[in-house]
Design a protein around this ligand. Sequence first.
Ligand SMILES: *[C@@H]1O[C@H](CO)[C@@H](O)[C@H](O)[C@H]1NC(C)=O
Ligand SMILES: *[C@@H]1O[C@H](CO)[C@@H](O)[C@H](O)[C@H]1NC(C)=O
Length: 345
Amino acid sequence: MISLRSLLCYVAFTASTSGSPVFESERRFISTKVIAEMPTGSYLESTIIRPNGDILATSAMGSPKVYTVKGPSSRNPFVEEVASVYGVQSLWGITEIPPINGVETYVFVGGNLSSLIPLTPAVGSWQGFRLSIPKRGAAKVEQIGDLGRETALLNGLTPIPGSPGSVLIADSGRGTMGRLNVIEEKWDIDAFSEPEMAVLPNSPLGMGFVAAKFRDGYLYFASAPTFIHRLRVDGKGFKIPGAKAELVADVSQNFSGIDDFIFDRAGNIYFTTNAPGNALGHINIRSGESSIVAGGADETILADCASLAFGRSQNDKNVLYVARGRGFTDEEDFGKIVAVSNFDK
Ligand SMILES: *[C@@H]1O[C@H](CO)[C@@H](O)[C@H](O)[C@H]1NC(C)=O
Ligand SMILES: *[C@@H]1O[C@H](CO)[C@@H](O)[C@H](O)[C@H]1NC(C)=O
């Protein structure tokens, strides 16, 4: 099920000088190529790359499944179902945590939506799940304790580097971030609740805080619609008492929203923006300026792009894999993985 569709667009964006990630260059050709298509009805929401280079992605529509794309940088990547979940209909964020008892382990979240348009989560239905992928034998999914009846819409997850086995989980419906210890099954629903994470009155989809990443003593977080802030944290991922969020970037001049983001090696940010912009964006971390890298309002290649991850093999460590939905207006469309790479002319 490989689409041969690929298109090139010529872009220019401001370079930053440190580091040497391939994306940072003055003028390059950016290529976007659909490398994998998921079953009809699917809508890829969140993605992470396994240590062996394969892609994992959750589906928020169709059926509640985790898919894998094996050999994404090979000539023939192929899609397989890794796991399915019972009891919830929609899967959202997924992240990797350090192996537990030597077994590769991921954490993802899922819940129910009582309506898609307008997006209305079923409050209290959202839970966390642990996905174990042993070297031999089938992958296994287990619910992690009980996150209670107050979760509204669990979204992006991020592992806590100084607390292996714990993750932070954005609750976009509450505008807060919970902390889950996967091993002890301990859950603190309001580990972070900064004013900058709150759901704004005019926020599209009723979302506040959507995604976060730790970097250099800060927790960087994206909040709907267009903001990235950062907050000082300690080595275990707790807020430094009295710390206040600082604005890193507001991309509202060029984008309508930020869904998920990732740092490149030089510390600049790539992010996905979905309808109506449907693009991969870039933020220069020093100037806060943003620009379109691929896709755009007039193109369908990144329709409903939701999340992104750099490849982890020698062949694709400079390739960004973007997981996308299926344009809300196009029922025939379905979830895809788009490889975004660039090369010198
Ligand atoms: C989610 O929806 C399904 C199907 O309607 C239902 O069976 C299940 O009980 C719901 N789960 C929760 C946690 O509310
Ligand atoms: C918006 O995009 C334009 C064109 O790429 C760029 O020159 C400008 O600096 C951007 N604005 C902001 C605030 O990032």
